[in-house]
Ligand binder design. Sequence first.
Ligand code: HEM
Length: 302
Amino acid sequence: VIHPSKLKSPYTQEQVAAVKKDVEAILKNKDYDDGSIGPVLVRLAWHSSGTYCAETKTGGSNGAGMRYEKEGGDPANAGLQHARVFLEPIKEKHSWITYADLWTLAGVVAIKAMGGPEIEWYPGRTDFVDDARVPPRGRLPDAAQAQDHLRAIFYRMGFNDQEIVALSGAHNLGRCHADRSGFEGPWVNNPTRFSNQYFKLLIKLKWEKKHLGREAQGAHWQWIARLPHMDEEDEPLMMLPTDMSLTLDDKFKPWVEKYAEDQDLFFKDFAAVFGKLIELGVTRDESGLAKHDGKAGEYKSA
Ligand code: HEM
């Protein structure tokens, strides 16, 4: 299978550069969360890709199935309509780009703009014209579970233990919203700056199990902690049960420690694994356009 960088691009470099510039221009938003829509754009790119099943070659970032209720209405995708709405004017202006390409590209642009690594992105995804090939609900991870569940979900996509830990480092960005997931708060104290802080805090802080909201209203228990300089009234930092499970597992924990110590290693591994994530389910033909039948294999190297 030919590496996507060797295939014909459906867009010119100038076209892609223009979209990138327009995404960069909308990232800062003083009326939204912590002043940036970057984190929710990253989550859109991930959730559009994370439905992939390597065995059946279904799901993944091709198709932009989240435009349909079947996928967009999955409770796991609650809140991602905001990300899609933010990108809509860019889609209108550059109508030649597909939604599937725009959503993945926006995630890559956001990570870079927030101080993260450069991630390889290749065009060619095409959009479904109906919901016939939209993957079933329930393929995304459930944060209330633990390491066995993480392995089941991410092995299905074709990732290994090291890659699961590297990917989890995306929780350096953004926050949980009680009304979207039943969890609440940011993982780090500067959630619009990409770094390895998440891994450092996971190891260093003393985390305490807590229900911030009411169980009857869908709130889950989570882990909370405060930095030494934070007051009791300050919003605490948080970890999901799945985040904490990375420290409770013999295979995951060494990677958490490595990434906590070495930000360069984390950035390098994160760039590789996020690049792989957004390619899931994308099989291009010689025209450079991705088909929807999932037939071709994955590319190996350039
Ligand atoms: C947010 C779960 C992996 C990127 C969230 C939220 C949950 C969650 C519950 C909060 C949603 C909300 O209330 O708005 C999980 C679980 C994972 C996982 C269980 C399994 C390991 C990932 C991966 C990435 C990612 C692989 C990207 C590579 C994000 C980002 C946010 C987020 C950027 C913040 C979104 C925002 O600020 O609106 N995740 N996630 N997550 N997740 Fe994950």
